[in-house]
Ligand binder design. Structure first.
Ligand code: UGA
Length: 421
């Protein structure tokens, strides 16, 4: 099939490159010329495990361009994969999605033939049907189902392992209002062996949000249990093991620690919370999940203070700035509130991260950036905030270590305490 993908962030690029693997012809569209050049030269503008190899392998099937018009004219299916960030109020910002929808509509107005438009960007339930569809119909002067197709096909890709998640999904969700769109998407995904959920546009959108909310809930839940366990000197990981064996619960996403960050969970939970207020619904569970997560990183500071009541002038080594290992992404990293608190107490902060130092420097230019993890270890106390593989091999002997991510190798420290164990 001929597919155009609008937006080459990690969702768009992974989607395009993975569809090329199945023999489809892909045109990636972006407004950033640098990204376009890189893709056309076989260099992914973002790091994702396995992406570069797949891009090179399928280079003849992938083209990147700034020209959205020619991309849509040359393709039968268009995936919208642009970002839906948060506004300051927590509400979802639909500017990019709606601008793209309008542009696509104006192009298909002039184009002969049937175009299938697929929303992959994460949008609140009802958005595709009630906001995107009217825009497309207005600006294209065409009718959905008759002249063009519309679908909502959410992504469930984790940053860092997005290629693997795309190629080995637990499920594929296809939300449509017309039969033809559904059949085309089923054909596009025919080589995947997982279940396909066929549903409405709005249910597909809700499946995405409900899934992220559930995963974040599992983490906040185990963190709350973990905080309680800590008081009782129970190891929260033993508890997670015992709970997780119940098939109805499952062990995944029960790693207690300093909470969830990243570009997805915080944005999606804030969006659902803000939206429910707007709809006059009191989203108590989701609000509590956010509340627990906001408090969780500071538990690490509290434990540190037990061992070091005054932090003034004390050197605190921080291992980990990325929101999770194997990425340079620091968005909503749990290390941020920890450092803010340490700065309030006049500690000297020495940080190290294998990939995320440059991004972090933009946020905190005045703390000490260590060249190696060993350099950060030369501190009065050490906080472990991201579970990088590299940190397992360090020598913690003689140190004071407060661990937010369950790095058991650090137990060899002179004083070792975990946040929930
Ligand atoms: C998340 C979801 O896992 C994906 O399914 C979804 O597609 C994606 O958001 C999205 O909406 O696009 P991602 O943000 O890449 O993916 O990261 P995760 O691997 O899910 O981790 C999120 C945060 O939770 C990290 O800060 C991680 O350290 C934390 N976490 C995860 C825990 O604290 N405990 C756990 O047991 C698992």
């Amino acid at each position: 099939m001929n597919i155009s993908v609008i937006g080459t962030g990690y969702v768009g690029l992974v989607t395009g490159v993975c569809f090329a693997k199945f023999g489809n012809k892909i045109i990636c569209v972006d407004i950033d010329q640098d990204k376009i050049d890189k893709i056309n030269n076989g260099i992914p503008p973002i790091y994702e495990d396995g992406l570069k190899e797949l891009l090179i392998e399928n280079q003849s099937l992938i083209e990147a361009t700034e020209n959205i018009k020619s991309a849509i004219i040359k393709s039968d299916i268009t995936f919208i994969c642009v970002g839906t960030p948060s506004k300051k109020t927590g509400e979802i910002d639909l500017t990019f999605v709606l601008d793209v929808a309008k542009t696509i509509a104006k192009i298909i107005k002039e184009k002969d033939g049937w175009q299938l438009i697929v929303v992959k960007s994460t949008v609140l339930p009802g958005t595709t049907k009630d906001t995107i569809l009217p825009i497309i119909e207005k600006y294209s002067q065409k009718k959905v189902g008759k002249d063009f197709g519309l679908a909502m096909n959410p992504e469930f890709l984790r940053e860092g392992i997005a290629v693997n998640d795309f190629l080995n999904p637990d499920r594929i969700v296809i939300g449509t209002i017309d039969e033809r769109s559904k059949e085309i998407l089923k054909k596009l995904y025919k080589d995947f062996s997982c279940p396909i959920v066929e549903t409405t546009l709005s249910a597909a959108e809700m499946i995405k949000y409900a899934s992220n909310c559930m995963l974040a809930t599992k983490i906040s839940f185990i963190n709350e249990i973990g905080n309680f366990c800590k008081k009782l000197e129970i190891d929260a990981y033993d508890v997670a093991e015992g709970m997780g064996l119940d098939k109805r619960i499952g062990r995944a996403f029960l790693d207690s620690g300093i909470g969830w960050g990243g570009s997805c969970f915080p944005k999606d939970l804030d969006a659902i919370s803000a939206w429910s207020k707007e709809k006059n619904y009191d989203s108590k569970i989701i609000d509590s999940v956010i509340y627990v997560n906001d408090k969780q990183p500071l538990k690490l500071n509290e434990i540190l203070k037990k061992h070091m009541p005054s932090l003034k002038g004390k050197k605190i080594g921080i291992l980990g700035l990325a929101f999770k290992p194997d990425t340079d992404d620091i968005r909503e990293s749990r290390t941020i509130p920890i450092i803010k608190q340490l700065l309030k107490e006049d500690a000297i902060i020495k940080v190290y991260d294998p990939k995320a130092m440059e991004n972090f420097r933009k946020l905190f230019p005045d703390i000490i950036y260590c060249k190696t993890a060993d350099e950060a270890l030369e501190s009065d106390a050490i906080l472990i905030t991201t579970k990088w593989e590299e940190f397992k091999k360090l020598n913690y002997k003689g140190k004071i270590v407060i661990d937010g991510r369950r790095l058991l190798e650090a137990k060899k420290a002179r004083i070792y305490e975990g946040v929930c164990w």
